[in-house]
Design a binder for this molecule. Structure first.
Ligand SMILES: CC(C)(COP(=O)(O)OP(=O)(O)OC[C@H]1O[C@@H](n2cnc3c(N)ncnc32)[C@H](O)[C@@H]1OP(=O)(O)O)[C@@H](O)C(=O)NCCC(=O)NCCS
Length: 160
């Protein structure tokens, strides 16, 4: 076993950089494959100047990400466009930690804001996570993924 200090192996959430691009596209393409071809969609998110990425890593190894679209014209609005954890690391609190980080970042801005997201109606793990973090379904927001799954928007206000 490696003899590294405990804190080096601890979960860390940091801002993404271009060196994370390959990881984010690969995990997003796999994690969202059942909703459609997400390779180009992930590429488009990462190419947008409005999308910030947060990376969860352990021991320097990336294991999850959150992508948040922050349109400059709407400073009180954040769209969590993607969140995913590596399949072999799910169920260990990493998704919750990423989401808490997104929420804390908005709260730190010092003004009230709204976080929105889209989730498939059959995505039970994600819906449970979002509900437990204070998100509620937005009435009348029903939609559909490219592969046919019905979806809805969820939202939560964040107070400083
Ligand atoms: C959704 C996702 C990001 C959750 O990440 P995770 O690290 O596995 O989640 P956590 O371990 O932090 O769990 C947080 C909560 O999610 C819910 N949850 C997680 N896995 C679950 C499962 N298999 N079944 C039901 N609920 C589950 C629970 O409410 C859990 O809280 P609890 O452990 O206190 O019960 C992960 O499942 C994932 O990457 N899924 C594929 C991509 C995806 O669908 N993203 C969301 C698109 S909107």
């Amino acid at each position: 076993m490696e003899d590294r200090p405990r804190d080096e192996r601890a979960l860390r959430i940091r801002e993404g950089s271009p060196t994370d691009h390959e990881f984010v596209v690969a995990l997003g393409t796999e994690a969202f494959a059942r909703f459609g071809d997400y390779g180009p969609i992930m590429e488009a998110f990462l190419a947008s100047p409005d999308v910030v990425s947060m990376i969860a890593e352990e021991g320097g190894v990336p294991i999850g990400f959150a992508l948040v679209d922050l349109p400059p014209a709407l400073p009180a609005f954040a769209d969590l466009v993607a969140i995913a954890v590596a399949p072999d690391r799910r169920g260990a609190g990493i998704g919750r930690a990423l989401l808490a980080h997104v929420i804390a970042e908005r709260a730190a801005r010092g003004v009230p804001s709204l976080i929105v997201l889209t989730v498939a109606d059959d995505n039970r793990p994600a819906i449970r996570l979002f509900r437990s973090a204070g998100f509620e379904a937005v009435p009348g927001s029903e939609g559909r993924y490219a592969a046919g799954q019905t979806s809805r928007r969820m939202a939560r206000a964040v107070m400083p």
